[in-house]
Design a protein around this ligand. Structure first.
Ligand SMILES: [Zn+2]
Ligand SMILES: [Zn+2]
Length: 150
């Protein structure tokens, strides 16, 4: 059982099962516009296991010119889910609304040729919460000539 909610908490949903497939981190323009960010992270879920428990009356939708329907929270604007009218049996769940770890091991970067120029390059170092930043910064330090520091 997975649980999630909108940004203000007036809409709460649960998924009576698990996510269906890998996490797609999509860099297309549509996902940027929809999310207001550099990419969107979604995973498929069977429509039959997605239940909006609270605040169903607050869910609104709009349809992208490409066909995808987006269902969002009228209370706070959070995207709750999307669906392809040609595949009504599945939904695309934006993972940022989950209130738990869906424990998905597989991730894909999708539509990377559309990646915004202002996003950082691939392969930046990862610093976990609580990890000391200084050793990582030191290992990255370069002189003005671009030569790594000894
Ligand atoms: Zn809300
Ligand atoms: Zn996309």
């Amino acid at each position: 059982m997975l649980k999630g909610s909108c940004a203000c908490g007036k809409i709460r949903y649960e998924i009576a099962g698990s996510l269906n497939g890998p996490v797609n981190h999509c860099y297309c323009q549509g996902c940027r516009k929809q999310s207001g960010s550099g990419f969107s992270s979604t995973a498929r879920v069977e429509a039959s296991v997605m239940n909006v428990l609270v605040g169903r009356h607050l869910v609104r939708s709009w349809q992208h010119a490409a066909g995808t329907e987006h269902f969002f929270a009228s209370c706070c604007g959070a995207l709750i889910y999307s669906r392809d009218p040609a595949d009504l049996g599945n939904l695309l769940l934006p993972l940022g609304t989950l209130d738990c770890d869906p424990k998905i091991g597989k991730n894909l970067h999708v539509d990377t040729s559309s990646k915004a120029a202002w996003l950082p390059p691939w392969g930046l170092p990862v610093i976990a919460e609580g990890e000391e930043i200084d050793p990582v910064i030191s290992s990255l330090w370069v002189t003005p000539k671009g030569v790594p520091r000894e």
